[in-house]
Design a protein around this ligand. Sequence first.
Ligand code: NAD
Ligand code: DAU
Length: 354
Amino acid sequence: MILVTGGAGFIGANFVLDWLALNDEPVINLDKLTYAGNTESLQSLAQDARHTLVQGDIGDRVLVSSLLARHQPRAVVNFAAESHVDRSIHGPGEFIQTNIVGTFNLLESVRGYWQGLSEAPKEVFRFLHVSTDEVYGSLAKDDPAFTESNHLEPNSPYSASKAASDHLVRAWHHTYGLPVLTTNCSNNYGPYHFPEKLIPLMIVNALAGKLLPVYGDGLQIRDWLYVKDHCSAIRRVLEAGRLGETYNVGGWNEKANLEIVHTVCHLLDELRPRADGKPYQDQITSVTDRPGHDRRYAIDARKLERELGWKPLETFESGIRKTVQWYLDNPDWVAHVQSGAYRQWVQKQYHSGG
Ligand code: NAD
Ligand code: DAU
C-alpha cells in the first residue's frame, strides 16, 4: 500500500481517486482536514475498503510513525501543504509550520521507518515530495522556461516555505540516503479545486452574479496543467524516477490571467448563458495587485518526457471545458465549500482593502 498526505485537498483527492480507479493497491490518506481538506471530494470512496482516511498532521511524529509501522507502505506521496499564496501573505505562520516544520517531522518519521525496514522493502521504498514551479521565482517575458537546474529564487512566503521543504528533502537524500523524488509542477486546474484559486473563483463568482476580480493589469502569466495530467506524472515518477532527482511537470500552456478569465466567461456564455443575455465578461473588474506578484512562470518539462516518456493528455482547451462543465454539474460540492470560513476569507481578501 501507499501513504498519501494531503489527499483530501485538490490535487491529493484527484490523485487518490485516479490511483484507485487504475489499480487496487490500498491508500492510507493522512490529512489534517484544514479549510482546504474536503471529505466530500472523496465521497465516492466512502464504502471502499481500499481507502482509509486518517485525520492528522504530517508534523505529528507519534501518529505518522505508528501509521508507517502498522501499514508498512512501500511509498509516501507528500501533497500536504498550505498552498494559497494570498493566504501566505496575510499569515505566513501556518506555511512555515506545515510546509517546513511539518515536512521536517515527516521526513524524520519516514527516515526512522525506512531505516528499520529489511533489505527488500528498503530497496523499493520511495518518498515522493510534491512541489511547485513557484520555488524558481519569476521569469521576464523572454526568459527560457524553468529547468530543474534553475536556482531556487522564491518570492512569496508560500514559495519560500515550499523551497525550504524541497531543500530538506534533498538533504535527507544526500545525508541519510533516504530514497526521495521531487516533482515541481506548474499551475493545476480541474475538478475539486477550492474556489479561492483563480479558475474556480472565476467560475463560482460568475455564476453567482458577482464581480470577477483580476489583480493589477491581469497580464501575469501562469503555465496551466490539467490536474489529472499532474497525477499521471506523479505516478510515472514514483514508478521509474531516478532517486534524488527532481522532475519538472508542465504542459507548455502559458496564458495571461485575463485570457484565462475571458475563456471561462466564453465557456459559461455557451454552457450556462446569463438570464439577461449579457456576456459574463461584463463582470470582470480590476482590483489591487497581489504584493510581490510573480510576473511569469513557465515550466520546461522535457526531462520528464525524455527520461520517463511522460506527456500530458489534455490540451488547455479540452481541460478547461471539462473543468467548467464539472463545476456546472456539481452545485452541491460548490455550495458546501462556500462555508462560513470561506465567506470570511472572501471578505478579508476582496472587501476589506486587501
Ligand atoms: P490544497 O490546499 O488544495 O490541499 C492541501 C491539503 O493538505 C488539504 O487537504 C489540507 O487539509 C492538507 N493539509 C494541510 N496541512 C496539513 C498538515 N499539516 N498535515 C496534513 N495535512 C495537511 O493544495 P493542492 O492545490 O491540492 O496542492 C497539493 C500540493 O501540491 C501542495 O504541496 C502544493 O504546494 C503542490 N502544488 C500545487 C499546485 C497547484 O496548482 N494547486 C501546483 C504545483 C504544486
Ligand atoms: O504555480 C503553481 C502554484 O499555482 C501552486 O504552487 C499554488 O499552490 C497554487 O495556488 C498556484 O499559485 P498561483 O498564485 O499562481 O495561483 P492563484 O490561483 O492564486 O492565482 C493565479 C493567478 O491569478 C495569479 O497571477 C494571481 C491571479 N489572481 C488570483 C486570484 C485568486 C487574480 O488575478 N485574481 C484572483 O482573485
